[in-house]
Design a protein. Sequence first.
Length: 96
Amino acid sequence: MDDRIGKVVFSKAGRDKGRMFVVVGVVNNNFCLLADGDLRKIENPKLKNSKHLQFTNIIAEDVMAYLKEGKVPENHVIRKNLKKIGEARERDGKEV
């Protein structure tokens, strides 16, 4: 499994700029599939160029657990995980 899968990323370009996503798939070295469980559901992930993404060291643990089992995480799991990560970042004083 690619080490980018399950990572939390921020969009650096496009109309979704600044939005938080989870990498749910990797097409090749240049493109990733992203979902946030809200605007971009797991059934229709966003294809985005990696150079337009800000990768973080944060891994969406709940989503990763599903992906490791070969299951597709449900949208509410992705939303809940991203919300928890966003709140933790705000609490630690980092800008989202």
